[in-house]
Design a protein around this ligand. Structure first.
Ligand SMILES: Cc1cc2nc3c(=O)[nH]c(=O)nc-3n(C[C@H](O)[C@H](O)[C@H](O)COP(=O)(O)OP(=O)(O)OC[C@H]3O[C@@H](n4cnc5c(N)ncnc54)[C@H](O)[C@@H]3O)c2cc1C
Length: 450
């Protein structure tokens, strides 16, 4: 069996390694147009800031590694330019030599990922304007900072990646301004939680402007100033973090169906509508359990999971994907922000019977070193007693608490029957005697008299 894979980051390489584990005789070739493969995109902000010291730590594997360890061929600087579904072959262009050739497949996995959304392409022609997506783009940002010693940076978009970048740019003594078109930072949070985060960013010296759109940039070779509806902002460098769009042109041209999110639509086995073509990672939409609908999420955790399913099913297994809760977490200076499920806005749009509760809780007994606090917002459905979503901001223990909530939600736990009875580990260095999850269940149970 010959399996071809397009894209060699999280989705593509996971599909390849799972496929070869399942069928050690399969011939597997991954085509990748970039030169880096199987890297940790999620670590790029920390590579820029210097916490991750060396490039090889985020991109430790190369084609030789895949050949030696898995007998998988990874051809870098090779772009797939066409898929012929009738004849089951693809056309590949060697970007070094310009040569084009065809390659036949029995099964094909599309893992073409996503690209940063940039509304005005010309902005990227200026030498101090960047996006952050892959190792090359991180290298460019780092190199620009080291060479030009910028004093001010403007981050356009207040999503997780730009918020992670704040502390990493401040490491160089750069004054950071965040500009966001929506009325709040971090769109997926509810406004009350986003306000807490914005206040914290300001405490840390970040200048934050929300509800303001970038309309133009001024400057010839470099952008020295940006114009919004409300002001002009002088800057030495700009990073555009305005979201991503799935890379779907190649698939669409071949007749692969897109969903309503405009990402590739797959079933729960990662099969597209075209026989023998699977898709995984940032190029697909996924089923969201709380929304009961397909959503688009660009997450490395998800690319690994869907890549695994595509790789296994392409080699004859039959495993299915249950769906997602959109669980996410990120660090902003010493604060952690985490969320799972729907926010209150979304929940109220779908279901009038939902209610939210907010609690402030200790992460461990106050006399213990490192004890911190977290604010938890829980959104529940009063009719079914299900937990619809949770958002947490805090300085200690947030990662554990969000994962407990996510696990409870995955298995349909009810806030009033199941949370208070959870048997969770306790010792003072780790937790209060009653975990914040248990406390949340008890408080809400009491307040609603259920
Ligand atoms: C700065 C940053 C921080 C992040 N932090 C987190 C985090 O903390 N947690 C989290 O869960 N996620 C995070 N993510 C998201 C995560 O990195 C992505 O979800 C993940 O990389 C998706 O993997 P993928 O393989 O689907 O797509 P991609 O990483 O986009 O890889 C797709 C590859 O396909 C190649 N390709 C595309 N078209 C072709 C073609 N025609 N021919 C050949 N090759 C092609 C591209 O060159 C690319 O290398 C972060 C992303 C970034 C940029």
């Amino acid at each position: 069996m010959r399996i071809l894979i397009i894209g060699a980051v999280a989705g593509g390489t996971t599909a390849a390694t799972q496929a070869i584990r399942n069928d050690s005789k399969a011939e597997i070739v991954i085509y990748e147009k970039d030169k880096d493969i199987s890297y940790s995109g999620c670590s790029l902000p920390y590579y820029i800031g210097g916490l991750v010291k060396e490039r090889k730590h985020i991109a430790p594997r190369d084609s030789e590694h895949f050949k030696k360890k898995y007998n998988v061929d990874v051809k870098v600087r090779h772009e797939v330019i066409d898929i012929d579904v009738e004849n089951k072959n693809i056309t590949v262009k060697n970007l070094e030599t310009g040569e084009e050739f065809k390659d036949n497949y029995d099964e094909l996995v599309i893992a073409t990922g996503a690209s940063p959304f940039v509304p005005v392409k010309e902005w990227l022609h200026k030498e101090n304007v960047f996006t952050l997506r892959n190792v090359i783009s991180a290298d460019e940002i780092k190199e620009y900072i080291l060479k030009n010693n910028p004093k001010k940076a403007l981050l356009v978009g207040a999503g997780a990646i730009n918020l992670e970048l704040c502390e990493n740019l401040q490491e160089y003594g750069i004054e950071v301004t965040v500009l966001e078109a929506q009325n709040q930072v971090m769109g997926p949070l509810d406004e009350d939680m986003a306000l807490k985060l914005e206040e914290y960013l300001k405490e840390k010296g970040v200048i934050v402007y929300t509800g303001e759109k970038l309309s133009s940039m001024e400057g010839e070779k470099t952008a020295a100033k940006v114009i919004t509806e409300k002001r002009e902002i002088d800057t030495d460098m700009i990073i555009l973090g305005m979201g991503v769009r799935p890379n779907t042109d190649l698939a669409q041209k071949a007749g692969v169906e897109l969903g309503k999110t405009r990402a590739i639509h797959v079933n729960d086995r990662m099969q597209t509508n075209v026989p023998h073509i699977y898709a995984a990672g940032d190029c697909i939409e996924v089923y969201s359990l709380p929304h009961e609908d397909y959503v688009y999420r660009s997450l490395g955790s998800l690319a690994n999971k869907t890549g695994r399913i595509a790789g296994k099913n392409a080699t004859g297994e039959d495993i299915t994907f249950k769906g997602i809760l959109s669980t996410g977490i990120f660090k902003v200076f010493d604060m952690t922000v985490a969320l799972v499920g729907m926010n209150e806005r979304e929940a109220k749009g779908l279901n009038e019977k939902c209610k939210s509760h907010m609690f402030k809780m200790a992460s461990k007994p106050s006399f213990m070193p490192g004890a911190g606090e977290m604010v938890i917002k829980m959104i529940i459905d009063e009719e079914t007693d299900k937990i619809l979503g949770v958002q947490i901001i805090g300085d200690d223990g947030v990662d554990k608490i969000i994962d407990i909530f996510a696990t409870c939600m995955m298995f349909g736990a009810k806030y009033n029957k199941d949370l208070s009875g959870l048997d969770l580990a306790y010792a003072p260095p780790y937790s209060p005697s009653l975990s914040p999850v248990i406390q949340a269940g008890i408080i809400v149970e009491g307040s609603l008299g259920k």
